[in-house]
Each structure stands twice: as C-alpha cells, then as structure tokens.
Design a binder for this molecule. Structure first.
Ligand code: LLP
Length: 428
C-alpha cells in the first residue's frame, strides 16, 4: 500500500487525515506509518529469501521505542552505536543476543554494559578498542564476541559526510591490519571471533560498491580460514538508498541477486544493518505556516515561516538534503508562488526547503516528506525549542509514541533547589 495519499482533498497517512493529528497533537509533529515500516521490512526480507540472513535494524535512523518494538516483532535484531541505544533496544523488548555494537568510540561503561547484557557481537573499529575490550572481558569474566570492521576503501558515491568506507574516513581498519587483529584476538581466550563487517556509507544508489565490499570481505574470510580462523557471519552494513526527490529507487531485488551470486554455496550467515531504507519514507514532519513574507521584487525571495525548524529536522541545513513539501489540504483560489520554507531559528541556515512552487496561506498545514530517518533522532533544543511529538499510525488508528517536550522538561536538568526557588516563577 501507499502510506501517503490525498483523499477528499486532504493528505492522509494510511486512513488518518493529517488534519486530525494536527488538531489533537499540535505541530510540529513527526508522523510515521506502521504499514510502510512493515512493507519495507517485507520487501527486504523477500530480496534476501533463500539466504541465511539476519536484518539488524540500525537504531540510529529512528530510535523511537515503538518503532523498535515493531521491528522486533517482525524478527529484526539491532545495530547500535551507544549504551543509550542498547538500553532503548532492551526497553523495547529486543533481544541483546541479536544486537551488534558498532562505532569508533565505545567507552568502558558502554563496553561493560554490553558485556553484562551478553550482546551478539562487538564490531571492533581499532587495535586500541580491541585491547580495551579484551581487558574488560577478562576483568568481568564475560567472553566478548567480536567482528573486525574492515574499511575496504570503496567509494560509495554518496554525500561526503555520510561516506564511511574510504581510507580517509575514521571508520574500521585496512584489510591487512584486520588480519593482524584477528590473529591477535585468536590467541585470547576471552575473545570469541564470530564475524567480519563493514559499512561503506549511507544513501547508496548502486549495487557495485556493495559488491566490491563483499568481495573484499570474502577474500579476507578465505585468508582467515587458511589460518584456521572460521567466521560465522559477514555483516555488510546498511546504506541502501531511498527516493527523496528524483533519485532512482535502490534496486533491492538486484541487491538480493548479487548477494546470492557471491554467497551461495558458502557456509556463512549474512547480516545487514539497514536504517534509512526501512524508515525514511514512512515518516513526515507535520508543520504549520505561521507567517507568509512575500517580497516586493523578483530579486527577493518569498518566505513561508513555519513552526518546524532546523532543530527539528537538521538534514536540509547539514547536508543540503532535499525533502518534498506537500500542502496537507490545498485551498481553492490560492495562487501558487515560489517559496522558501524556513523556520523561526535565528540563522540563515535554518531552512527546510528552497524555492518550492506552492499555493500557500497562513495557518496552512504542510507535510515535510521522507522524514522518518535521521529526523527526530538528530533534533535538538537549539533556541530552547521543545522537541516535536511523535505519532505512529496504524490503519485508522494513531497513537502518540513520544509526547511533545515541554520547556519545563528542558529546564529541569539545570535547576537545583536553590535556583528553583529563586528563578522559576509560574508562568503568568
Ligand atoms: N551501520 C553503521 C555502522 C552505520 O554507521 C550506519 C549509518 C548504518 C548502519 C545505517 O545506514 P543506513 O542504512 O541508514 O544508510 N545522518 C545522515 C546519515 C548518517 C548515517 C550514519 N551511519 C543523514 O541524515 O543522511
């Protein structure tokens, strides 16, 4: 099914009009379609059918507990990058045994927590991390399952900020060093070698870079087998791109075919860590036009100031990312013009979209599309703005899955009893 459709002149998420959500929850609000989340998961599962494969959803893309629960119920494991994400997975009912822990800077506290919870695998990113992990595992007397993250020096042909598999990137270790680390780990009783991994970047459009990475990991797997080190899994990371604007859709079936071609006949499990592919197009950021600022001459831009800002959705400001903007209930007789959609934050970088042809009026609702991945998770309290609410739609039902933050939520972290008495007076 298509998650977003216009019916009777109003944009719906599944069977729920976005106007109803705005009326009862307010704006700005992130709204996700559970049908779309399930569809994407099914699409990927189908592409992987016949392979011994496990999907470990990359929590960082959208870490709402209800989204995690939904993926857990579908059979997913999880890829995490912090102790906080691990606690989210556990709170959502996830199984630590199916958790992979990625990231270049795991702290002692995070490692200890993950060892105690007996996670499935540490994706190790450096020699120093491997040493630290070995020490902690020995001290806590808990064996640490490990995989070494290899940096295969493959160009994922994506935005430089989200490219991770080139040798100038901070991630993983070069193939030759990976072999040395495996040999070192193999001599340590409390380290248990379980796999090998890589993640070359995000919003990848082509299969070829992924094929090159897998080929490189398979070569290493064979070299390790020659040394008597047998791996149980190959983890190829996430990175599958989605359509935000006019990008061609990532061909998940072709990806599946490539994986079959390279893995059939091998006795090794495949793990993938998709984030964006599963969640990006499930979500929209619902916002309201506060003010229209049409400008007098063509050299000036027309501004529509909305109640969402770069603190709510950072992607346009940070990566010049393109998000489609839809009017939720277009009104008759309003002329279209070219508008910059901007937020209330005091920075020129605070924009949602530039130069969009839209028929706008004040107080109108807008839906900022494809905001399900790296949206809410990258939000902040800049300008002491409360973060948006989150809503999950399922058919004709919707549920607030994170309440809107209040200013009190923010201030409470900074108030001791003295300050509370002196400074905080009830609002008039
Ligand atoms: N695994 C690892 C180790 C990762 O670092 C990432 C994403 C993923 C999996 C999931 O990648 P995905 O399937 O979502 O492409 N904030 C940026 C994206 C940063 C991605 C970072 N790593 C954005 O808004 O485009």
């Amino acid at each position: 099914m298509r998650a977003f459709t216009a019916r009777d002149g109003v944009l719906h998420v599944e069977d729920v009009p976005l106007t109803s959500i705005a009326d009862s929850v307010g704006t700005p609000t992130y709204v996700y379609s559970s049908a779309h989340l399930r569809d994407q998961y099914d699409r990927l599962t189908q592409a992987l059918s016949g392979l011994d494969a496990q999907i470990c959803y990359a929590v960082k893309a959208n870490s709402n507990l209800s989204v995690l629960r939904l993926f857990h119920d579908l059979g997913a494991g999880f890829d995490i990058v912090s102790g906080g994400e691990l606690q989210r997975v556990v709170s959502a009912g996830g199984d630590p045994g199916r958790v992979l822990f990625s990231g270049v800077g795991k702290s002692v506290a995070e490692i200890d927590l993950a060892l105690k919870l007996e996670i499935g695998c540490f994706n190790v990113e450096s020699a120093s991390e491997l040493e630290r992990l070995s020490e902690r595992a020995l001290l806590l007397q808990r064996p640490a399952p490990i995989s070494i993250r290899v940096n295969p020096n493959v160009d994922a042909q994506t935005h430089p900020y989200i490219s991770t598999g080139l040798k100038e990137n901070k991630f993983g270790v070069p193939p030759r060093q990976a072999l040395e680390l495996y040999r070192w780990a193999n001599d340590r009783e409390h380290l248990s070698i379980v796999g090998i991994d890589c993640h070359i970047g995000s919003q990848i459009a082509e299969i070829e870079p992924l094929r090159q990475s897998l080929t490189s990991l398979l070569e290493l797997t064979d070299q390790l087998a020659d040394d008597g080190i047998r791996l149980r899994h190959i983890d190829l990371g996430g990175g599958m791109g989605v359509t935000y604007h006019d990008e061609t859709e990532f061909d998940v079936a072709a990806y599946g075919n490539m994986l079959h071609e390279l893995l059939d006949g091998r006795d090794i499990k495949l793990i993938l860590e998709p984030g964006r592919y599963l969640v990006a197009n499930s979500g929209t950021l619902l916002t309201r036009v506060e003010y229209l600022k049409p400008q007098p001459t063509p050299e000036h831009r027309n501004f529509a100031v909305v109640d969402a800002a770069m603190n709510d959705l950072l992607r346009p400001a940070l990566y010049q990312a393109w998000h489609d903007v839809c009017v939720v209930s277009p009104q008759d007789g309003v002329l279209a013009a070219r508008w910059d959609i901007v937020g209330p934050i005091c920075e020129t970088g605070d924009f949602i979209a530039h130069d969009r042809e839209l028929a706008l009026t004040e107080q109108q609702l807008l839906a900022i599309m494809s905001a399900g991945a790296y949206g809410m998770v990258q939000s902040s309290n800049y300008n002491t703005r409360p973060r948006p609410a989150e809503v999950l739609v399922d058919g004709s039902q919707f549920r607030v899955v994170r309440r809107r933050e209040t200013t009190r939520d923010q201030l409470s972290l900074e108030l001791d009893s003295e300050l509370r008495a002196d400074l905080v007076r009830p609002a008039p």
